[in-house]
Write a new protein. Structure first.
Length: 348
């Protein structure tokens, strides 16, 4: 039984999701205590519980302590199975995060998998669906992992009710490819979308104009589409992406009641400018999300990122509890850095 202290480093939900993914994949049981100790409301929230239940279902696991607010969880997996799955988070909990928890075992499944997930699709402090489709999955594609995703309905806080689908093809017998992501990100022009659900399109226009305004002050620009998207609730978002080969960055902001459309637009643009203005290839969010796959790959991978984060450092520590990997992180938290990982060469 692997013992995990959930207050480690970042002390948030990613520790649980990475442990679930790798437990299902390796067959190693784990117990986590101090779940999300560093968060304002510690313990399991709906999104983490949904991830635990979803990974339980695909790996026929036993769970103890799987309740809202639980500070401790035990997870004992059996065999994971590819297949057709449907998971309902039941709130505006982030479907992209539950999807991410399921992918590592499913990409090593014995056949294709198809998933439908309902809940939030564009909620704060999580990757919005656009980040998954435009940034995360294309990067997995470069590692030889084929996952496609589509959105049928958008889910915003508090109503939720979003619906996404994902199709996973298992990696071949050679497993995941290691990669070296060099320097050289695109600079100056981004693409994006500014969207509203059940609100006037003028809000999306204001978000877009504010983003363009911020970008143009630094000589940058973007092609930003306007979208009125289907959702059972109301919401707004903006997503901007910069892409140059493997150097991808995706920057978003979500509207909340009382937050001006101009603030939503300029937040995403500022984050993009920060990325452009900083040395390094990979978006910091992508960096913390991709290391689990590099740890499973055969051989040595390396990449640079604009900001080393506590999420990244913490995730690497959790991954090492399950897989025989060596890694180095050069660079301080908050500053550009380089990560090298000697992968475990996982194959089923
Ligand atoms: P909590 O922080 O409440 O524990 P959590 O389960 O979301 O919740 P975290 O450990 O914070 O757990 O992990 C959040 C994940 O979402 C990380 O992988 C982080 O990089 C990612 N993320 C957060 N915001 C964004 C964003 N704007 N774009 C892309 N990814 C994001």
């Amino acid at each position: 039984m692997i013992e995990i202290d959930g207050s480690l480093g970042e002390g948030g939900g990613q520790i649980i999701r990475s442990a679930l993914s790798l437990s299902a994949l390796t067959g190693k049981a784990f117990r986590i205590v101090n779940v999300r100790k560093n968060r304002r409301k510690p313990g399991l929230r709906a999104q983490h519980l949904s991830a635990a239940r979803a990974v339980k279902e695909i790996s026929n696991a036993d769970i103890e302590g799987g309740k809202i607010d639980s500070k401790e969880l035990r997870f004992t997996p059996r065999t994971y199975k590819a297949g057709n799955y449907r998971f309902d988070i039941g709130t505006a909990g982030a479907t992209p995060l539950v999807l991410q928890a399921l992918l590592p075992p499913l990409i090593f499944g014995r056949g294709d998998s198809h998933m439908t997930l309902s809940g939030g699709t564009h909620v704060p402090i999580s990757p919005p669906f656009h980040f998954i489709r435009e940034i995360f999955l294309p990067t997995l594609g470069q590692l030889g992992i084929s996952v496609s995703a589509s959105i049928l309905s958008y889910g915003f806080y508090p109503r939720g009710g979003g619906l996404i689908e994902a199709h996973v093809r298992p990696v071949g017998k050679n497993g995941i490819r290691s990669i070296t992501f060099a320097e050289g990100k695109a600079d100056g022009v981004a693409r994006g979308v500014s969207g509203v659900a059940n609100l006037p399109i003028s809000i999306a226009e204001r978000q877009k104009d504010a983003a363009l305004n911020v970008l143009s002050q630094r000589g940058g620009g973007a092609e930003i589409e306007l979208a009125s998207v289907p959702s059972p609730g109301q919401g707004t978002f903006i997503f901007l992406k910069s892409e140059n080969g493997p150097c991808r960055g995706g920057f978003s902001s979500i509207g909340v009641r009382g937050k001006r459309a101009e603030t939503v637009g300029s937040e995403a643009a500022q984050a993009l400018l920060d990325y452009w203005g900083t040395q390094g290839c990979m978006d910091p969010h992508l960096a913390d999300q991709i290391v689990i796959y590099l740890a499973l790959a055969e051989g040595k991978s390396s990449f640079t990122t604009t900001h080393v984060t506590m999420h990244l450092i913490t995730n690497l520590s959790v991954i090492k509890m399950f897989l025989d990997i060596d890694y180095t992180v050069s660079g301080e938290i908050g500053a550009p850095g380089k990560i090298t990982i000697q992968g475990a060469g996982f194959s089923r």
